[in-house]
Design a protein around this ligand. Structure first.
Ligand code: NAD
Length: 373
């Protein structure tokens, strides 16, 4: 059998600066016995040049060539020219099939086999090195704290200087999964007084273990298998009322709350925004956690509160995010695709979980459930 070619596509999504494989990732991939073909300029926005990739042993080619010669195609986010994907190829990326089931259908119709890293079962220890949601959320949480600090007009730390002593910023982080915990840790390193909150008891214990304060509220739950479930209407209303009381005490609020496969909950209401002090900053990383926030947009309310919508912050730290993502992808290929090939028949539970479509059909059970609903 001829050697498998693994292609790396340049990202096409707006503002996306990551790349699926770094030069270091090329070295690691080649150890699995595959040829690597990188699209010209694929790493440019993450400061990885074509010569860097070539030095690591990759071939460099135009997009047509990458599509034409690759058995496996690697991306971070879905390419905007999926129609160009030839049948029989394996596409691997963060394809968000639960958020965009139509894409899964299109890929299936084109005869593409698609693997989506966001479907990975996260509690299996074997899958952890492949966990791109975690690696990217970690980067996003870090950047969220920096971005909020930059937008805030005061210091995060208490500083004692000849010109006086400054009050430390009071920061509230809502949602304490991977991103929230990293935002808490980063804001604490900057010297802010940090409080965290999550609906899950385990996450509240995680907040406490960082040394941050835990916001006490009645609205709590314990979701399945480490994930939150969507709150019902009454629970959500109770939570929003309690948060509307709590939020105005803080200078900076960072929200990271998500529900897998569902809409992100509203946590900061218009009333809360109105009650905050002028100069306060609210950063929405969860997307939809803050009234009136819009993706990749910074607005200032009439009352002087800066609202930042930042659902894709990992893309703005492209070196760290791409390096971690590449490790995740190489781990996945090494584990699931010996010599770059998918096994014909497999009872592998990780593979079964991440496989979106194969041989012209959507095969993922949760996607098939969505379609019949
Ligand atoms: P996520 O991005 O899906 O959600 C972020 C956080 O928002 C979660 O902690 C969730 O509880 C919280 N949230 C949801 N609705 C909320 C609401 N109404 N109010 C307040 N908070 C709300 O979560 P994630 O960061 O991807 O991680 C989810 C869980 O999976 C975490 O417990 C994480 O530790 C766990 N995890 C485990 C492993 C592992 O075992 N290897 C790996 C990765 C993640």
């Amino acid at each position: 059998m001829s050697m498998t070619t693994v292609g790396v596509l340049r990202e096409t999504a707006g503002r996306e600066r990551r790349v699926a494989i770094t030069p270091d990732g090329v070295t690691r991939l080649r150890r699995t016995g595959v040829r690597v073909l990188v699209e010209t300029g694929a790493g440019r926005h993450a400061w990885f040049s074509d010569p860097d990739y070539a030095a690591a042993g990759a071939d460099i080619g135009g997009r047509q060539q990458v599509y034409g010669e690759s058995d496996v195609l690697l991306v971070v986010r879905p390419p905007d020219d999926v129609a160009a994907l030839p049948a029989g190829r394996v596409l691997i990326g963060l394809l968000d099939p639960l958020g965009d089931p139509a894409l899964a259908q299109t890929l299936a119709e084109q005869g593409v086999t698609a693997i989506s890293l966001d479907l990975l079962p996260r509690t299996l220890s074997r899958a952890q090195p492949m966990d791109a949601l975690t690696s990217q959320a970690n980067v996003a949480g870090y950047k969220a704290a920096l971005l909020a600090a930059e937008a805030y007009g005061g210091f995060f730390p208490m500083l004692v200087t000849a010109a006086g002593t400054t009050r430390p910023a009071q920061v509230l982080v809502l949602g304490a999964g991977v991103a929230g915990l990293q935002a808490i840790a980063t804001a604490r390193r900057l010297g802010a007084l940090v409080t965290g909150y999550d609906v899950r008891a385990q996450a509240r214990a995680d907040i406490a273990s960082t040394g941050a304060a835990v916001l006490s509220m009645d609205a709590t739950q314990d979701g399945d298998g480490g994930y939150a479930r969507a709150l019902d209407e009454d629970e959500a209303a109770t939570q929003l009322r309690a948060l509307t009381q709590a939020v105005p005490r803080f200078d900076v609020v960072i929200t990271t709350a998500k529900v897998p496969g569902g809409r992100s909950p509203l946590l900061v209401s218009e009333d809360a925004l109105r009650a905050m002090r002028p100069g306060s900053v609210v950063l929405d990383l969860g997307g939809g956690n803050v009234a009136g926030s819009a993706p990749d947009t910074r607005t200032v309310t009439d009352h002087g509160v800066t609202v930042i919508g930042a659902p894709n912050l990992a893309a703005t730290v492209p070196v760290a995010a791409s390096t971690a993502y590449a490790r995740n992808v190489v781990a996945l290929i090494s584990s699931l695709m010996p010599e770059g090939r998918l096994p014909g028949e497999s009872s592998d539970e990780v593979l079964a979980a991440v496989l979106v479509c194969r041989d012209g059909a959507v095969v993922h059970p949760r996607l098939n459930e969505l379609e019949t609903r």
